[in-house]
Design a protein around this ligand. Structure first.
Ligand code: ADP
Length: 601
């Protein structure tokens, strides 16, 4: 009897377990891999990373227009793409992001901001003139500089407004050398850059804007330090290998593959290496990064608001040059920062960067959505995917059958992490698989359901959470009752960011290597809601900047520390490498007055 009872108990537990496994299995069966869509010339690393993550590539012939989760292109999307975007989809460009990525547009926006909010706040961008329109203004500035007594005339750099990778750039001192046959900007050349072992460098900072309204900005803590491959020399202005830090130029230089004292082979470091390098010299670089973050925010504010467009993100490449006083300068903002893998440093930085971008896009909701969508289909009595999943299963013993299903659907994804055909089947199959040629995709069962589930709810429609969790009674199978409930209210096509973490709509402060830099406090958050209140945000930035400014007494003390140590660093770096740097580090620790009182002017 006892035996029989315990057997029954075991049996009951087993049955429960089996049912739970069945639920799990059913859930997994409905979850399908996420799908990416790449436009021609999209970087290969994007495909690699997404495949690594178990995504599948969109197949025009097999899949519905709306049946992808991420569309990556190197050029802007058409407005129709933005209009027809679905809640489970993300586009990698904002409409009109080009407003800051074209050199002349950027110069114009920053100039306007200088006029509106004071040039001291926006003095991070070198003075620039857009040619040919600003020729007279440039001439005036050039002459003024030449005539000022005791001041050596400076250098200028001329850059085509819509070219990249260092193409068509000219550095000059004498106006007679200025020649151009297209629209260019002439910018003050920063002739005192920070040098490491005599080599010029700049920073490629990756910035991801997940929303322009409300403004939400992340910067990646890892990035690239890009070196020129020949020593900086103001006497040879036409030597691109000494003055330009573009990899696309330097990889053709004779010294590219050679070991270069102080920087090694190639022309790139990671930010981590740069940070450790600075710290070896006792340089506290926190203020530098803060300044850089301010540059990013102030630059993006210059083009805010962009037209509201949901479900877009933008990965910008900010080029920052640091001068020998440790002041960061904004050189330009790149629309499609290069994602080519030229060396192992690129691989380290860019692969992780892209993984983190995908994390930032928060596809968990879409996963859940797909699950809910399937549940919705079932609740509505359309059971294509369900009946397909149950094919070959007899009707007599539901518990056992569920278990058979577990074997089927658990093994399939593990053997084939990204089973393309499974997307073609299931719900989409019911709607047909042919791609629509119209810019607005044809309505299919899939897209209609998705849209229905993502329709914003009005306040009067809102119900308490508990009520929402009620699943409409599904006929027959008990397992269906345990399927996740379609949660219509969580899926809204709204201009709010899709990654919001809490009920107060505060973005997650950190995602992988991405660190939230805006909003940086409650006031900034408020000022960026319901339209961006640039004035209030600038006020907050000014407050934060004034907190950074040392008191008069500290200032004198620190300036000595700063100038001495930084000059010392710049010159020492030229001679010290490897073991010598470590010896210097020891010196730093033993002589704290000299090496630790550092700040940046
Ligand atoms: P591109 O889009 O062609 O790369 P950039 O503005 O990024 O144009 O300039 C290319 C390179 O030229 C930079 O990486 C930097 O090394 C150098 N450079 C550009 N502007 C300046 C400047 N104002 N001062 C000093 N160096 C500059």
């Amino acid at each position: 009897m006892l035996h029989l009872k315990s057997f029954c108990l075991c049996d009951a537990t087993l049955a429960t377990k089996m049912e739970m496994m069945a639920d799990d299995c059913e859930t997994r069966n409905i979850l399908r891999p996420l799908v990416f869509r790449l436009h021609e010339n999209a970087p290969a690393i994007v495909r690699e990373v997404l495949l690594e993550r178990g995504w599948t590539e969109f197949d025009k012939k097999e899949q519905d227009e709306a049946d992808w989760n991420l569309y990556w292109r190197n050029s802007p999307f058409q407005l129709a793409d933005h209009h027809s975007v679905k809640p489970w989809q993300r586009l990698n460009h904002y409409p009109e992001a080009v407003r800051i990525t074209r050199k002349d547009y950027l110069a114009r926006h920053l100039k306007r901001m200088k006029g509106a909010y004071g040039s001291s706040l926006y003095e991070f961008s070198p003075v620039a003139f857009i040619m040919p329109n600003d020729y007279v203004k440039f001439l005036a500035e050039y002459s003024k500089e030449r005539q000022s007594v005791g001041r050596r005339p400076g250098f200028w750099i001329c850059k085509p407004v819509d070219l990249s990778r260092g193409r068509g750039i000219l550095i000059f001192r004498d106006i007679k050398d200025l020649k151009y046959d297209c629209s260019v900007i002439v910018q003050k050349y920063i002739s005192n850059p920070l040098l490491i072992s005599g080599y010029k460098l700049d920073l490629r900072l990756y910035v991801c804007v997940t929303s322009f309204c409300p403004l939400t900005i992340y910067t990646h803590e890892e990035g690239l330090v890009r070196f020129a491959t020949e020593k900086f020399d103001l006497d040879s202005l036409d030597n691109v290998y000494a003055h330009l830090t573009n990899t696309s130029i330097n990889r053709y230089g004779l010294s590219y593959r050679k070991y270069k004292e102080g920087i090694g082979c190639g022309c790139k470091w990671t930010f981590s290496k740069f940070r450790s390098y600075l710290r070896i010299f006792g340089v506290d670089d926190r203020l530098l990064w803060q300044k850089i973050h301010h540059i990013v925010i102030l630059t993006l504010l210059a083009v805010t608001p962009l037209p509201a467009a949901p479900n877009c993100f933008e990965l910008f490449g900010f080029d920052i040059l640091i001068d020998d006083k440790f002041k960061p300068w904004l050189l330009e903002v790149n629309y499609n920062p290069a994602l080519r893998l030229d060396c192992s440093t690129d691989d380290t930085v860019k692969r992780k960067l892209l993984h983190d971008v995908v994390e930032l896009l928060n596809y968990k909701q879409s996963d859940a959505y797909r699950r809910n969508q399937a549940a919705g289909i079932k609740a509505g009595g359309r059971r294509e995917s369900w009946s397909r999943a149950a094919k070959g299963v007899t009707r007599e013993a539901p518990g056992l059958l569920a278990c058979q299903k577990v074997v089927k659907c658990v093994s399939a994804p593990s053997l084939h992490p990204a089973p393309q055909p499974s997307r073609g089947s299931g719900c989409k199959g019911a709607a047909g698989t042919k791609k629509s040629s119209s810019p607005h995709p044809k309505k299919t069962l899939t897209s209609e359901l998705r849209e229905r589930m993502n329709t914003p709810r009005t306040a009067s429609q809102a119900r308490p959470e508990a009520k929402k969790k009620q699943l409409p009674v599904a006929p027959h199978k008990s397992a269906q009752l345990r399927l996740p409930t379609p949660d219509f209210s969580s899926y809204k096509l709204t201009p709010h960011p899709y990654f919001l973490s809490d009920k107060d709509q505060r973005p997650i402060p950190r995602v992988g290597g991405f660190v939230l830099i805006f909003p940086f406090n409650e006031a900034a958050l408020q000022a960026s809601r319901d339209g961006t209140d640039v004035k209030s945000i600038i006020k907050e930035i000014n407050k934060s900047l004034s907190r950074q400014l040392p008191s008069k007494k500290q200032k004198t003390k620190k300036r000595v520390g700063s100038a001495t140590s930084w000059r010392k660093l710049s010159s020492t770096v030229t001679e010290h490498t490897g073991r010598q740097m470590q010896r210097q580090h020891k010196l730093t620790r033993e002589n704290p007055i000299c090496w630790t009182q550092r700040t940046f002017s």
